[in-house]
Design a protein around this ligand. Sequence first.
Ligand code: COA
Length: 157
Amino acid sequence: MGTPSRARRFEILPARVQDIDEVMEIERLSFKAPWTRQVFLEELQRDWAHLDVVRERGGGVVAFLNHWLVRDEVHILNIATHPDARRHAHAERLMRHVIEFAHAHRCRVITLEVRRSNYAAIHLYRRFGFRPVGVRPNYYAEDGEDAIVMLLDLDPE
Ligand SMILES: CC(C)(COP(=O)(O)OP(=O)(O)OC[C@H]1O[C@@H](n2cnc3c(N)ncnc32)[C@H](O)[C@@H]1OP(=O)(O)O)[C@@H](O)C(=O)NCCC(=O)NCCS
């Protein structure tokens, strides 16, 4: 038996209440204005909200992605990887997963907002074919930074 490949060492699962501490730790280490526990708990309750985690088999949560399914659109609200686990394709794995989800639900588009200065995230989204379609000036209340609105067109199957 060989060593399991990196991909097989990790799995994507819907978050449970008991994952929220680990999700919040990643959130706290990743964002200037982290979401509160209450916000994450509310996400778990909403029918249209999905919070997925990447978990190392037998280990902890290393990344998460939160999205909403609204009619024929998926909107990505939040994606983050633990700083110690970045550049190991966890975000890429989550993006592939959400794109498959959107196709399975016959969605037309996936949308998101990203800080103008967030080079890493913009690079990630562009790799998956997202394109900038607008700007929301002063979108982030904590420092007034603009958001770039990005969109991925999905070919209906
Ligand atoms: C953006 C973020 C989620 C990427 O997570 P990650 O797990 O490290 O990303 P991956 O390893 O899957 O990288 C996939 C691709 O994204 C791009 N990318 C990721 N980090 C990058 C960086 N620091 N600089 C440039 N491109 C980057 C690259 O194209 C990369 O592919 P490559 O490694 O083959 O070059 C992570 O940096 C993060 O959590 N940032 C803080 C939270 C955040 O800003 N979220 C986005 C909110 S809109």
